[in-house]
Design a binder for this molecule. Sequence first.
Ligand code: IPM
Ligand code: MG
Length: 299
Amino acid sequence: MRTGEPIPAQVWSDLEKADAILFGAVGDPRLDDAAYLAGVLLRLRFELDLYVNLRPAKLFDDRLSPLRREDRRKMDLLIVRENTEGLYVGMGGRFKKGTEHEVAIQEDLNTYAGVTRTLEYAFGAANREVVMVDKSNAMTHAGGLWQQQWKAVSKKHPKVKTRHLYVDAAAMQLVRDPTQFDVIVTGNLFGDILSDLTAELIGGMGIAPSGNVNPETKRGLFEPVHGTAPDIAGRGVVNPIGAILSASMMVRHLGHTEMATAIEGAVESAIRAGECTRDVGGSLSTSECGDAVAKRLRD
Ligand code: IPM
Ligand code: MG
């Protein structure tokens, strides 16, 4: 604060000589978060080449885990994940491939239009609040665009409350109390990661549905979040609910709101009755579970 230098030269040379550094925490509301982080913590990591970050997670006592709490389980949230940009575009390359001097670059592409339309969708989908998730303290260019457009779009939706979380804090909050969230909007990679976390919070990958939509063209692709699970294929143990709920999202997208609600209701009732597959505590096979849902739809 006194000198304006994040780490004064004398301190830096002491740090360089140290066998180990015990670090407190960085940040002060009076300072630019990103610049300060880059000048202190990220500088230390990069320039001292501290290339492995270890984060042990050992539970010392059952009672400390928030997942045990009944009141933290009534969750119903939507992740709106930007789906066509970010680190997924495949821009970049491998230079000097196959040598020990290889350089691999993976570009994080964020466009004004792509970010804005995703944010618009999120605000339109919210019932009470949009939480915008990024990593703008460490990834300032992409984060800056998300921040700028988030503020602009939120002004157009004064009735929707809004809040920002860095992605690491969002992951923590999702486990601490997932009931606090309504809509989370974020970029492609963070959305991918957080949606596996939320899938597990609702009963696992077997249950989680997803939709890939374009609200302008009305195109949509609906799929369970899980993959093909080749290791258990053909044994009748796969949970069909992720796929069934994806179909429910699809008919909702097509305008059949009542049908969508009915499918969801049938799934909820089957799960509550324990008429489901083993991964979610039942004893039914894939087709029996499908039948249990279908039967309720017919009734
Ligand atoms: C998902 C999947 C995909 C993704 C993989 C298979 C590329 O994990 O749909 O979440 O990362 O988008
Ligand atoms: Mg994924």
